[in-house]
Design a protein around this ligand. Structure first.
Ligand code: PRX
Length: 646
């Protein structure tokens, strides 16, 4: 079936920075002479000391090294705050919308600057200095952005852990980053429910050890235990420091932040991003992908615990002097109209969310959308997972009333910013396609042997050369960086995604080709869920796969073999789900647990996940070759049990 194509709307063709010809021309320039292109683009930020070298990168697996603008110096907080003060000090930088529709706040650039300086001085007073890792475990309150920028100001490296992660997950990240400082809140508030962040942080600190300082922001005012000598309330500490805090001079390649993300094996990796290239890349993408103009009200609904929040709530927008909206709540609280009510209340022009939210709201019907105006909306965005054409069409027709283009932006924690995306004034849209590469990005689709394919084709998605926003290493483990991204297809960055390119050169992401699942736009390694399950005393073995889920995109399907003598039961099923929530966090809760007397293994003992995936997908007729299994009858048992459990 030929997909429907949506032309650039007339008003966009006149308003946007770039039309198709301008995109083509600029793209060609970015590829043919990256040094000249990025040297020009780097002017969008202030430099303390100018760079003389632009690109110095190697994808050679024996020497992977990625450096951009390496001899220049700058500071991210200076670029996001100080340089705007003269021209837009009184402009709103952050609109904060609380979980409760009655709570909101507007913070100007001048106020944000003062608060960031104060927070930076609180950290400095506690001995935090350049290069130290600061763990941030906060809800979506302005202090999250303040804490990030405070770290950037003094050269500390932040490591944000999503507030939905368990104490164990938090402890693992504190330990890996060798972080001695945690910034948290008494409690978080989401969808009317409280999240005991300080209690979780205490448990994590005990487990990890080595935590010397805990700065606690008061969100709800709940009484929490404060450990003398270690813990301090932010508001109390802030009273004792000044709002004068000079920016640290940072090398372009000095680390800005670490963000943990799941891979196909082992524990989550600390993705490391550095200073100048990341900022240039998030700023340029925020400008062109969202066609951002002065005065626009821009809202990205992500959480700062994920990369989308880092790049497109905080760094990109603030580098561009934008007004960025930060939302503490969830799409369906108090009602399914919440997103659109917030759009009307703050007159949002650009709205950027995840397919899982769109699908959930689509299921709730058109009425909650249609009772709002949404006249301020001009552009819609999608990120985090493939968007199915039905959800795309609904978003376009019902939310955007056929007048707002949708930018389906493909990227990853590792890429720092958007790599494949439409530009709203330039790109014809096909529902479900992330369309074309951004400036400086050379996608390559390769076959199983690693040969690049031409024209219309399907295979694994690689990127042929570096762009400034790319991650630089895995914190503390450069070898793992090389192994994960540069060894499967030597000489190329391997994304872990499958992809199709159509006859128009449009890219269609087909999902992960590794053992990573994408649940409601959140990345999870199947190995992480498996190791949580086998840590339960009654579980002997577990294998986890993804399966198609109407709202979450993918759900978690766990095959569990019990210890000898244990009997399957509904109670045990519930106990195991609760166990995984406690071990990792609610996002990792299995949707289905199938008790399996044994798992399909090859003669060398490797679990054949391909078969487990097919069974989870209900594709019994299409199990493929099972002859290499040590015991093929295992599969019949699994299929019979699957059918019985429906
Ligand atoms: O599989 C791709 C999917 O999300 C993965 C990256 O996840 P994460 O690092 O958590 O970052 C999410 C936000 C950038 C990718 O490998 N993905 C992300 N965006 C899209 C997508 N899949 C299809 N279409 C997208 N627009």
């Amino acid at each position: 079936m030929t997909p429907k194509v949506y032309d650039v709307p007339g008003d966009w063709a006149t308003r946007a920075y770039l039309d198709d010809a301008a995109y083509q021309e600029m793209y060609k320039r970015s590829i043919s002479d990256p040094n000249a292109f990025w040297a020009e683009q780097a002017k969008r930020i202030d430099w303390f000391k100018p760079f003389t070298k632009v690109k110095n990168t190697s994808y050679d697996p024996h020497n992977v090294s990625i450096r951009w603008f390496e001899d220049g110096t700058t500071n991210v907080a200076h670029n996001c705050l100080d340089r705007h003060l003269a021209t837009r000090g009184d402009q709103v930088a952050i609109i904060w919308e609380g979980d409760d529709p009655k709570d909101d706040r507007k913070i100007t650039y001048k106020e944000l600057h003062a608060e960031v300086c104060r927070f930076a001085n609180v950290l400095k007073a506690r001995g935090v200095k350049k290069g130290d890792r600061v763990t941030i475990y906060l809800p979506m309150i302005p202090e999250a952005a303040v804490a990030m920028l405070a770290c950037a100001r003094i050269g500390a490296v932040h490591s944000i852990v999503f507030g939905g992660f368990s104490p164990d997950s938090l402890a693992g990240r504190i330990e890996d980053a060798k972080s001695t400082v945690i910034i948290t809140a008494d409690e978080g508030v989401r969808g009317g429910r409280k999240v005991p962040l300080k209690t979780n942080a205490d448990a994590a600190a005990t487990r990890a050890g080595g935590v010397e300082t805990m700065v606690v922001v008061r969100r709800t005012g709940a009484a929490v235990a404060m450990q003398a000598g270690r813990d301090v309330y932010y508001d109390e500490a802030a009273k004792t420091v000044s709002t004068d805090c000079p920016c640290e001079e940072m090398g372009a390649e000095d680390p800005l932040f670490i963000l943990y993300t799941s891979g196909s094996t082992g524990k989550p990796k600390g993705v490391l991003h550095t200073t100048a290239g990341y900022l240039v890349y998030t700023a340029i993408t925020h400008q062109y992908v969202f066609d951002y103009h002065d005065g626009d009200i821009y809202w990205c609904t992500a959480d700062v615990g994920w990369v989308t929040g880092h790049s497109y709530i905080v760094y990109g927008p603030l580098a561009n002097g934008a007004t960025t909206l930060m939302f503490e709540g969830v799409p369906n609280y108090p009602t399914n109209a919440r997103f659109w009510e917030v759009v009307d209340k703050h007159q949002v022009n650009t709205f950027y969310t995840a397919p899982t939210a769109i699908r959930a709201l689509m299921q709730a019907g058109d009425e909650p959308v249609k009772k709002t105006s949404r006249k301020s909306l001009r552009l819609l965005g999608s990120v985090g997972e493939p968007i199915n054409p039905e959800a795309w069409e609904w978003y376009h027709r019902v939310v955007g009333e056929d007048r707002c283009p949708i930018v389906d932006t493909w990227w990853q924690t590792e890429t720092g910013g958007i790599l494949i995306t439409p530009l709203p004034g330039a790109t014809k849209l096909k529902p479900g396609s992330a369309t074309r590469p951004f400036f400086g990005v050379v996608p390559q689709i390769v076959d199983a042997a690693g040969n690049p394919l031409d024209g219309a084709c399907e295979g694994s998605l690689c990127i042929a050369d570096s762009w400034p926003g790319q991650m630089r290493t895995v914190f503390g483990d450069h070898e793992r960086f090389v192994q994960t991204y540069f060894s499967t297809y030597p000489g190329r960055y391997f994304t872990g995604d499958g992809c199709r390119r159509d006859e128009d050169g449009y890219y269609w992401i087909t999902g992960r080709v590794d053992d990573v699942i994408n649940v409601a736009g959140h990345r999870l390694g199947t190995a992480e869920v498996e190791s949580a399950l086998v840590a339960h005393a009654k579980v002997s073995e577990a294998a986890v796969v993804g399966f198609p889920h109407d709202i979450k995109g993918q759900g978690i399907y766990a095959y569990v073999t019990l210890m000898t003598g244990q009997q399957p039961s509904e109670e045990l099923r519930a106990e195991l789900v609760a166990w995984v929530r406690k071990e990792i966090g609610p996002i990792a809760s299995p949707d289905v647990i199938q008790f399996a007397p044994s798992l399909p293994k090859t003669r060398s003992g490797k679990i054949m996940r391909r078969i487990l995936r097919k069974i989870a997908e209900n594709e019994f007729g299409n199990l493929g070759d099972t002859s290499t299994l040590a015991d093929p009858t295992v599969v019949d048992d699994l299929v019979n049990n699957r059918q019985a459990s429906q």
